[in-house]
Design a binder for this molecule. Structure first.
Ligand code: ATP
Ligand code: MG
Length: 163
């Protein structure tokens, strides 16, 4: 498996620990993301956003969470055979994981380049395929981890702190 990390220099240990917190999250939400189901893809992200809004999370941070989670959710629907989204909400941050069942990303560095897309015609008909989702996830998250390889499942997970 190839691993891609985007973590601010000097924060590696602290943030990697946040990706594997031992303490249980206060709230855990799970959504199934079926392949090419663009009528429902995005619902997980919007439910998480609504819950965090009720919990009083700052609106600019909410916007970042909404953008990053929506892009990752659409990617699972658009580019994989389907998967799930798991949101782990703590008092200080949210950790959202997207795990799908393949076909994987052969070159994660290339997939991160703005404008790079392998979206098929159907995906483009729904308005996706600009190649900007992954760069947007990176821009809006405090830490990003992607683990994948050709022919394997993909894990995209990120952290966003509430302050
Ligand atoms: N879960 C995934 N499984 C397999 N490949 C993926 C996955 N997520 C992203 N990719 C690959 O990375 C590429 C870039 O993803 P990105 O989200 O940046 O752009 P896009 O989805 O093609 O277009 P946009 O997000 O702008 O609608 C995709 O075209 C696809 O090749
Ligand atoms: Mg995308």
């Amino acid at each position: 498996m190839a691993d891609y990390w985007n973590i601010a220099p000097g924060m590696e240990n602290a943030l990697k620990e946040c990706f594997s917190r031992e303490v249980e999250a206060d709230v855990t939400l799970e959504f199934v993301i079926p392949e090419k189901d663009f009528n429902n893809a995005g619902k997980g992200s919007s439910e998480v956003k609504n819950l965090l809004k009720r919990l009083g999370v700052d609106s600019e941070i909410l916007r970042r969470i909404a953008v990053a989670s929506y892009e990752a959710e659409i990617n699972v629907a658009a580019h994989s055979v389907g998967g799930k989204m798991t949101s782990l909400i703590y008092d200080d941050m949210i950790h959202i994981k997207f795990e799908d069942n393949g076909p994987g990303i052969a070159d994660i560095k290339q997939a991160m380049v703005p404008g790079y897309s392998t979206a098929d015609d159907l995906v483009r008909e729904f308005g996706f395929g600009a190649g900007l989702g992954l760069p947007n996830i990176e821009k809006n998250s405090d830490a990003l981890h992607i683990s994948s390889e050709a022919g394997q499942a993909t894990l995209v997970e990120f952290l966003i702190f509430f302050s």
